[in-house]
Design a protein around this ligand. Structure first.
Ligand code: ADP
Ligand code: MG
Length: 638
């Protein structure tokens, strides 16, 4: 076996996979558990050693503070742009984060010591697992990979993905857009020209991409979607119904029984998957305590239930067609991606939307990895059939710089085929200006403040000249991975700034190198001191949240007694917070947390509640709590 074999990797939000080209056919490489999909879950075990994939999943429910999932959502993003994500996922951030710094997630238990990880480091753990799986399969080292990313990923998110590869010991030869990879897996590039719609409904995200194929080159002409829509919504809906059944019919409240909720979750996911291939399924859940929850679900009932969820994909599809200036009839090929497109009703909806039978020959949750393997093979100078193929992607957003008056001047336009480069000339605004500030922007908006700031740097030492005399050449280059390099040169003086543009929230080369060297054995220093600081920060957070809660309409729904209790616990926390006893602070925090659960629930904008017409937040909630005895439940869906 050749040791410079290049693998293709789908680094997914829910699941990740590694594939390679076996002769002319791309195949997925299974893990040592025999499974093709590696859940994108990372946890620290009781010895604070990382565990990945299926082995990590149990921590999600047993000790959630040890586990992290959906890390892809945080790649290349800053504290201010992840507030939305934090609402959906209870990630704990490092408490000493500075503005503009790369995010760090906190994993582990306070008492056993915690560790922090940047999103690229967590993704690197997943990649390292895939690398190991491939190495075991080949019996040889694997050091090169092609990794897929969503078409809408910006520069910072792409750079973060590349960093993850490097930290994992992989040379990332190319980042490929996921819809492009899926099209490649189906060999659509061989058609030379046409329009392809790629409909991707995964675990937690929905993406629609319209690709234009010309001369065997894919160009992403429109993307749309919903970053919080997928199979998870279906699972949550079914769980809520099951909990409703047991509550409504038998007065059995399992919503706070984490163990019962977990058992129900497993069962409804199995049922959902079974219903994709059979007309009905019997739910039979053994609840903690030995009782059973029984229910028959037909595919018809299931389809009715999920209709509102899958209908949410219609708007983005129509918008994408509109943006591309196309009618459904003009779509030549439709490709299905994502495990949730196995649902027959979803397939029917896609067919209706695009007036075309979608491709379904390949497993929708494997097709992106298979396409990555095809691309890897091409880059590696693989088989003759693919040797002459030119595969290019486009840049999803325009790139430019800020000019006088805070205006954006675009240098490379969105949808330019990459690699791409362009040059523009600028001059000075002030007499004798020695330093020229260059602010690199990404986005379509006219004003710099409305675009994403990628980097700032100065061209220094420009000799004194009257305003308007200097002639500054700014060159933008996007390499084959979609990563931007910017350089500036004052032509009269020959002064130039050879800058390494690091996107905001990107890691520096040194940081990446550092992480490669000492990924996991960061020393535990000043443990107690840090604990006190962290506990105080946490106290400040919960007290601030409580203040907010008191001002919210939810506060009015609490009883006088509940309000009194909260006030007492608040006072206790404030009192202990000035002391150096972190355990006491933490105890007071826990008490207040417990005491404000109902308030938090009332405030929480639960995604599930929106699907449940007429249900209150409280009824729709699923939380942890004491285990109550419960008899067997039997019910029918309406
Ligand atoms: P992602 O791209 O988000 O990483 P996947 O493409 O692997 O995710 O899709 C995962 C989702 O697909 C999960 O919600 C899973 O339950 C769902 N899924 C997998 N197989 C089936 C099936 N046969 N029927 C319905 N849903 C399925
Ligand atoms: Mg996917």
């Amino acid at each position: 076996m050749s040791s410079d074999r290049i693998v293709g990797i789908d680094l997914g939000t829910t699941n990740s996979l590694v594939a390679f080209m076996q002769g002319d056919i791309p195949v997925v490489i299974p893990g040592d558990d025999g499974l093709n999909l590696v859940p994108s879950v990372v946890a620290l075990d009781e010895n604070n050693q990382p565990v990945i994939g299926n082995a990590a999943r149990k921590y999600l429910t047993e000790t959630p503070e040890r586990a992290v999932y959906s890390i892809k959502r945080l790649m290349g993003r800053g504290v201010e742009d992840i507030q939305q994500e934090l609402k959906f996922f209870p990630f704990r951030l490092a408490e000493d984060l500075q503005a503009g710094e790369v995010l760090r997630i906190r994993l582990g238990e306070k008492k056993l010591g915690e560790k922090t990880f940047t999103p690229p480091e967590i993704s690197a753990l997943i990649l390292r697992q895939l690398k190991r799986n491939a190495e075991r399969f080949f019996g040889a080292q694997v050091t090169k990979a092609v990794i897929t990313v969503p078409a809408y990923f910006n520069d910072a998110q792409r750079q973060a993905t590349k960093d993850a590869g490097r930290i994992a010991g992989l040379e990332v030869l190319r980042l490929v857009n996921e819809p492009t990879a899926a099209s490649l897996a189906y060999g659509l590039d061989k058609k030379q020209s046409g329009i392809v719609a790629v409909y991707d409904l995964g675990g937690g995200t929905f993406d629609i991409s319209i690709l234009k194929l010309h001369d065997g080159i894919f160009e992403v002409i429109a993307t749309n979607g919903d970053t919080h829509l997928g199979g998870d919504d279906i699972d949550n809906l079914l769980i809520t119904i099951a909990l409703d059944d047991t509550l409504g019919d038998l007065g059995l409240d399992l919503r706070r029984n984490a163990e019962a909720v977990q058992a129900i979750r497993k069962a409804v996911i199995d049922a959902k998957i079974a219903l994709s291939s059979q007309p009905s399924v019997s739910l039979n859940v053994e609840l903690p305590g030995g009782q059973r929850y029984l229910r028959e679900i037909t595919r018809e009932q299931f389809e009715q239930l999920i209709q509102p969820i899958i209908d949410r994909t219609v708007g983005p599809c129509k918008q994408a067609l509109k943006d591309a200036g196309l009618k459904p009839e003009q779509i030549d090929e439709v490709v299905l991606v994502g495990g949730s497109t196995r649902i027959p009703k979803v397939r029917a909806l896609v067919k209706e939307l695009f007036h075309r039978e979608p491709h379904t020959d390949l497993n929708p949750d494997e097709v992106v990895a298979l396409g990555a393997a095809v691309q890897a093979n091409i880059l590696g100078g693989g088989s003759e059939a693919t040797e002459n193929m030119l595969l290019l992607d486009v840049t999803p957003l325009s790139l430019g710089i800020e000019v006088a008056g805070g205006v954006t001047d675009k240098i490379i336009l969105r949808n330019s085929t990459i690699p791409a480069s362009a040059t523009q000339f600028y001059t000075t605004q002030v007499d004798g200006q020695a330093n020229v500030a260059i602010h690199v922007l990404q986005g379509e908006r006219e004003l710099a403040k409305d675009c994403r700031s990628l980097a700032r740097f100065d061209l220094k030492g420009v000799p004194p000249m009257a305003a308007g005399m200097a002639r500054i050449e700014v060159k933008f280059l996007i390499d084959a991975n979609g990563i931007l390099h910017v350089s500036a040169r004052e032509q009269r003086s020959g002064k130039e700034a050879e800058i390494q543009v690091q996107p905001s929230y990107g890691l520096t080369d040194e940081q990446v190198e550092g992480m490669i060297l000492d990924s996991f054995d960061s020393a535990e220093e000043d443990f107690r001191r840090r604990q006190v600081i962290e506990a105080r920060n946490e106290a400040a957070t919960i007290l601030a949240a409580l203040d907010k809660g008191k001002k919210s309409p939810a506060w009015g729904h609490l009883t006088t007694d509940e309000k009194k209790k909260i006030a007492k616990m608040e006072k206790a926390l404030v009192a202990v917070n000035t002391e150096d006893d972190y355990q006491a602070i933490r105890k007071a925090i826990d008490a207040l947390n417990q005491g404000t659960t109902r308030l938090a629930e009332l405030m929480m904008d639960s995604a599930v509640s929106t699907v449940l017409k007429g249900k209150t937040m409280e009824e729709a909630d699923m939380g942890e709590g004491p285990t109550a005895p419960h008899p067997m439940a039997k019910a029918e869906f309406e």
